[in-house]
Every structure is written in C-alpha cells, then in structure tokens.
Design a protein around this ligand. Structure first.
Ligand SMILES: [Mg+2]
Length: 315
C-alpha cells in the first residue's frame, strides 16, 4: 500500500459525510463544499503547530492529535461559534502507520467531543508541522469580537489559569504526583470552552481565548477596544493543584503562561446580572474595564515586583 492510500485509509473514518448538516460535499473531490445556513455567518481560522516550537520533540502522537484540534477549535469558542468542519495540512518526516494511527485516534476523539468533522486535507514530507483550518457558524451578527469592551464592563475569566504552563515542568516526570498529573492533563488535553462561548453570545462585549497567557490575551482585547483594565491579582482563579505545587511567584507564572484555552471576556454589568447561574458559575470576575489605557494589577505584588510591568498598554 502506498503512503497516500495509507493516510487516506487512516483519516477516512474522521471525514464528514456528504450531505450532512456540516458538509454538502466531504473529502474526495478537489474541494469540499460547506453550505452556510441562511441567517448564519461563517467563522473560520487557521492554526499552525511546529514540532519543537509549539509542542515538544517526540511528543506523543495521540495527545498531539487532540491538542492540535483543541487549540484550533478554541478560537471558534472565543468567537461564540458552533464548530462545523476542519481541514488538516500535515507535514511529516515519514509516514509511519503506528504514528498516524495514534495521531488520528487523538484527532478523532477530539473531533467527536467538539462536534466537528474532517472536510479534507493535504500531506507533504518535511519537518513535523500541522496546520488546521477550522470552520464554524454563528447566528448572523452575533460573533464575539475583541473590539467591543467598554469602560465599566466586568473583566471575567473562565475556569482557572496557569495549569498548562506549570505542566511544562513535569512533561518528563516519569512518575508525576496526583497534582502534577492534574496540571499535565490540562496541557495534554485542553478543553475549548465551546458551550460557554455560545452561551455568552449577546452577553459578552468582547472575548478571546487564553492561548498566550491571561495578561497578553486580555491586552489584545484592551488594545482592540481602545480601553484599559484594572485587575485584582487576588481574584485571579488558580487551581488547588497549582497552589499546592507552586508558591513563590505563582501568580506571575499563572497570568503569563499560555496554553490554558480558557476564555477571557468583558461583560457589561447589567448583562452579567442577566446571565444564567450556570454560566456565571463558570466565570470569575477579576476586575473591570477602565477608560485609561493600559492594564493595572492591584494585589499582584509578585507580578509587578518580578517583571516591572505594573502598567503596560502594549501587550
Ligand atoms: Mg485565539
């Protein structure tokens, strides 16, 4: 069996069926066809992961499959979009059946959990690199943008931040403790906040997913919206595992570490009060949006002392 046939055989089970809600025409032709239902906007984004830069050398293929799709789909969550289909461009040093099957297993589990199907792809030979383009839809005009934050809005973050960044310390640990295993899970199997993103449509004034660290990503919202924010470091949600594993400088590490794939959002106060309880429970209010540009952190001594950035408008 040739390489092409091998790859086709391994990835075919992930392919969306022609004529399904997500795909008018699935893989196998020159292009796939997606019909966007009337009254919906198409939302799409591409992410590239390079071995040694975005994931470690010799990273487990199954985990890579999950992670690659989760990271791409997280951008759909940040827009409040419903996932539809994705394409995959895979550059591989060699086509090894065992590696491909493990990768497809991780990719397939993630696709099933996130409700997204493979629409097509391409493979080439070269250093291990993955590009995934994800497509989603939202009711017309309701996508969550980075640019809508206004002074007075509450700044909120979902879940907890910092675990995935801390996990990097334990990647080579042959026998991680329960706490280390908990933070490692956050790194290996990120869960994009799709349901939360959807539920925030019509409520959040701006949103972003936390891929580069809470401060950096919040900075993108502030810059796009032309506003600033005041954050209380004591309110930043940290997991119990993280608090047990790290002490000195943990807040700084948690707000500057990436790979959490939580959502950072701004919400006008009256809309916060109108949110369903189960949505509010997934969010922590950490501060508010201000007219003055830049990000001010109070009660974050180790953030300001360690880095010198107590006020930065250009993150
Ligand atoms: Mg993003």
């Amino acid at each position: 069996m040739g390489e092409f046939e091998l790859i086709r055989q391994i990835f075919m089970p992930l392919a969306g069926q022609s004529g399904s809600a997500a795909l008018l025409l699935g893989p196998g032709d020159d292009c796939a066809i997606q019909r966007v239902p009337p009254g919906q906007d198409l939302v799409f984004s591409i992410d590239t992961l390079v071995e040694g830069i975005h994931f470690p050398h010799h990273y487990d293929a199954e985990k890579l499959g999950w992670r690659a799709l989760a990271v791409a789909v997280s951008d759909l969550a940040a827009m409040g979009a419903d996932p539809r289909c994705f394409t995959l461009a895979l550059t591989l040093p060699e086509a090894r059946r065992e590696w491909l099957e493990a990768f497809a297993r991780g990719l397939g589990s993630a696709a099933g959990v996130f409700g997204i199907v493979l629409a097509g792809g391409d493979t080439t030979r070269g250093p291990l690199t993955l590009s995934l383009q994800v497509h989603g839809t939202v009711p017309a005009g309701t996508a969550l943008l980075r640019s809508g934050a206004q002074a007075g809005d509450l700044v909120c973050v979902s879940g907890t931040v910092g675990d995935a960044g801390l996990a990097l310390t334990y990647l080579d640990d042959p026998d991680p403790s329960a706490d280390a295993a908990a933070v490692l899970k956050r790194y290996h199997f990120p869960m994009p906040r799709l349901e939360l993103g959807r539920r925030l449509r019509g409520f959040a004034s701006a949103a972003i997913d936390v891929s580069d660290g809470l401060l950096a990503d919040l900075g993108h919202i502030l810059q796009a919206s032309g506003v600033g924010a005041r954050i209380d470091g004591a309110l930043v949600p940290l997991s119990e595992a993280l608090c047990r594993l790290s002490d000195h400088g943990r807040l700084r590490a948690a707000v500057t570490a990436g790979d959490d794939y939580e959502l950072a959002v701004t919400i006008p106060e009256h809309r916060w009060r109108a949110l369903a309880d189960d949505v509010r429970e997934q969010l922590t209010v950490v501060g508010s949006v201000t007219t003055e540009q830049g990000l001010v952190i109070i009660n974050g001594d180790d953030v300001q002392g360690a880095t010198g950035f107590d006020h930065f408008g250009d993150v």
